[in-house]
Every structure is written in C-alpha cells, then in structure tokens.
Design a protein around this ligand. Sequence first.
Ligand code: KG4
Ligand code: ZN
Length: 365
Amino acid sequence: MKILGIETSCDETAAAVVEDGARILSNVVVSQIDIFKEYGGVIPEVAARSHLEAMMPVVNKALSDASCNWDDIDAIAVTHAPGLLGSLLIGTLTARTLAILHDKPLYAVHHLKSHVYANWLDSTGENRLSPASGPLKSACPSFSPSARLKPIFPLIALVVSGGHTQILYMAGHNQFEIIGTTNDDAVGECFDKVAKILGLPYPGGPSIAKAALTGDASKYKFPHPKVPELDFSFSGLKTAVLRAVQKEVGVPISYPSHQLKELLNPKQVADFAASFQKTAVDILIEKLKMALEQHPDVKSVVVAGGVSANEVLRKALKEAYFPAPKLSGDNGAMVAAAAYYEVQSGVKSTDPYSLNIYPRVSIEK
Ligand code: KG4
Ligand code: ZN
C-alpha cells in the first residue's frame, strides 16, 4: 500500500510516499528555518504563507521522486493536529482537495503519532543493534533490547519535540496512553529559549548541540525540577540557566536577557550549552528509567520528535530505538507510516469534505 503523507504542522512543508508503512520511496522537506533565523522564532502567519507557496511543488516532487503517478497512490495522509492553526489549514486543505480530485481515501493523523511511527520506517536505525546493558536495562530487568528490526510491544515512547514532552505507553499499534507530560515548557522549547539567552541561532537544539561540542558539561550545575511521578517541568531549567549567566557576567537579575549574549565569551557559551544540554538529557533519562520501573512488562523504548536528533541523548540511550537523524524532525514519511498503522488497526478514512483541524488536541483523543 502506497501512502502520500503530507505534513505542515509548524515550519516544514513536507510530503513523502511510503510503501507499507516502512519503505520510503520519496521524502521531500522544505524548511522555513532560513526565514525564521532572522526573527529568532516562527511567525505563524509567515509560516502559513510559506506553506502555501511550497505545498504543491513539494507534493509534485514527492510523487516524481517516487516515480509515482496518482494511479499508484492508494491513500493520502495529512497532519490535522496539533500545530499552528494556519499551517495545519494549508496542509489539510491541500490533502482534502487532492483526495476529492483523485478519489483517494484520506487519513487524518495526530502529529505525535507520526513522530513515534518514524521509528518503523526502514531507513531508521543505526541504534537497532542494541547493547544488552545500559541505563534502561538496569531500571527494568525484563526490558529486552535486541537486534530486532522493529520495536516490540508493549513499549514506552519518549516524545520530545518543540511543542511536546511526553512519555507514552503503547500496548500495541495505534494505542497511546500518556503516562507523563510536561507541566509547562517542552524540552525542545527549552533548548530554543536557552539558545536565545546564549545568542545562538534558531532553532536552538542544533545550535546548542554544536556549541556544546567544545564545552565543559560539568562547568555549571543546574538543579533537576522536583516534579512528581513521570511528569516534567522545563521552565525552571531555563530560568536557572538565565540566573547562572547573569551571575557569571556580573549583572543583576533585572538585566535584559536579550543583551546578555553581548557579555558572554565563546568559552562561556560553550560551557553553558554543554552543561544545560547534559542536564536536559539527564532529566529525560531519569524519568524514562522511572517509567520502566513502573512498567516492568515493557519490551522496547522508542524516542521520537525533533530533540531525538540530539547526539548526547542518542549516545546515552543506546538501548532505545531512534529514527534516523533526518527523520527526527518534521517530515511526510512519518505521517504516511502512522496512517498505514491506522489502516492496519481498522481506522476508517475520513470525509475530505468535512475534515477539521485541531491545533491543541491530545494524542489520546
Ligand atoms: O519535532 P520537531 O521538528 O517540531 C515539533 O513538532 O515541535 O521539533 C523541533 C524541536 C525544536 O525545539 C528544536 O530546537 C529541537 O527540536 N531540536 C533539537 C535538535 N534538533 C532539533 N534539540 C536538541 N538537539 C538537537 N540536535
Ligand atoms: Zn514535530
């Protein structure tokens, strides 16, 4: 079954053709990063306008890269939630129109499901040959990292993106239970905000990771938030970095945060980036271990979302499944993969005349 997946929830215009939820025939991603670097973040109206311009060329390239015409496509899948309202509208209106025009079944997919299903795509998996021991194995004796190609159920998914930080329990395909979530900022958002304080370009995750390469991760100590159970909080960590930077450069807490970067030298930036990154990764691993202790039946752990591209996180969690780095961020292939498993689970296609968007809806709905 060949599915055309369309993704426009934030600032990437993406389309891909995927066969049977695994084999990527094409994967086209046009990023708006260069536009938003100038502003230091996404401007929703500009994002929607850029999606509108890029959308059809991206879809057409996805079809031609896959050597497909419309007769070869069995279904269309599109992100309808959550995300930026204007961005979601462009993707869904495109998918609805194409589904009507070419008479194809249409599947509406939740963005976080798609991120999780990036772990079922074939080209993923330098971490597939998992070591027998590591931080996760010691937390959960029945956890069995193996050389299997696909994750096995029941599993725990750590979803770490710019908008979400959640721990999900999956008993089987297309079954998602939220067992932990952030009370405030998402971890990716925290990377982005800390990067701003340090004067590093948007998006903050990759800039922090790069700056951290030459930094000393033990230079600054930041406290782990005291959040009960499997929930997270990242706004305190951002404030802790802000206060430490103010202290380091000798200014009061009332000093404008956007001017701090002018007082930092490259060594201090690298040390702050490395120390912050280590703390963020340690917090994620701490909660993941706790989740495994509470769910001793779990057989695999998958990590998903933009922050799963982070090398320090990948190295620390060798036993977990990660998407290939280029599939960690937003793309259409993961949307097609998620839709394939919805079809396999008996989910019915949606009416292209009435499909709605939901900028803020939970994966459990
Ligand atoms: O999943 P994604 O592409 O979009 C959302 O659904 O939000 O995630 C984007 C987030 C941004 O906050 C970005 O800074 C972060 O992922 N990110 C990273 C890395 N690459 C992207 N965070 C840490 N390390 C990275 N290498
Ligand atoms: Zn995403």
